[in-house]
Design a protein around this ligand. Sequence first.
Ligand code: PMP
Length: 360
Amino acid sequence: MEQVYNFCAGPAMIPAEVLKKAQQELIDWNGLGTSVMEISHRSKEFVVVAKQSEQDLRDLLSIPDNYHVLFCHGGARAQFAAVPLNLLGEASSADYVDGGYWAHSAAEEAEKYCSPNIIDITCEKDGKRAVLPAAQWPLSDDAAFVHFCPNETIDGIEIRDLPVTDKPIVADLSSTILSREIDVSKYGVIYAGAQKNIGPAGLTIVIVRDDLLGKARAALPSVLDYTVQVDKESMFNTPPTFAWYLAGEVFKWLKSIGGVAEMQKRNEAKAKVLYDYIDQSAFYRNEVHSDNRSLMNVPFQLKNPELDALFLEQAEAAGLKALAGHRAVGGMRASIYNAMPIEGVQALVDFMVKFEQDNA
Ligand code: PMP
């Protein structure tokens, strides 16, 4: 089979070693003569998967003991509703730091439940797209929490600052979780859809600090209620068991290569190869300032957009898949999540060099 590198923004690549193991285990898992998909989530065998995967994630992110780890359904968008409904209590406002498409979408959902204070932090720096430093974000005094999205998957913008606040910080880490080191103790709630750096779509990780439980609005659906999910160990309803099992295998893989610190090194090296090439080229450009460039999602444009279709067609034929930019912005986007090896990024750069030579 020809070597394919999949640059999809999500659902994204899963490490080949993990897929091979899952393939071997698909029909006969753990000697049970059945797959992990076909057993009860309450069986002793699955409970081992649930406990081990939680422990591995705790180890990978050094999650302190006063945080709960939940394995939920519904993707990040379910959390756009779950966060305000769980955390607002009697409050009527929360700060929504707006650095791009996904942070803005979270704020729009929150408008159903409160009056979010939407803080546009986007700016221009040296002619490039950037975000203001956290010290300049006008946070409000009456916010129940401060929500932000450290990696904007579509815009290719990464916010490395944390909000300067004593309010609980809520972060949508969907496209950056496990890609670089973070200090979980600085956050109130972290959530992430699994389909980029963790495993198959259908699973959502929620990490919630213990003191934030018990503030839920009465109308909160039980399935989104953090307290219910904590009490039921993420099994209030049937969890997405296969996605959970596969996430556990990805966590084991990540530990085996040296954990998040090693992953961060590899991700920095991968991103550097691509940005360095784009920056020296007169044929391609990336519009994000180097202070805010995403390690995970690299949007780039051809100087001549009339060549976009040809670029995508020839890239696809060369085994470089899913490079079209998001429909909201066009151009190209290479998502280079944890499972993308540096060889894939190098193959993309080699292709870009050749395409530039042929079409400049
Ligand atoms: N937040 C971010 C940062 C994302 O990248 C995405 C998906 N691309 C979402 C939220 C929405 O996730 P989901 O489709 O899992 O609801």
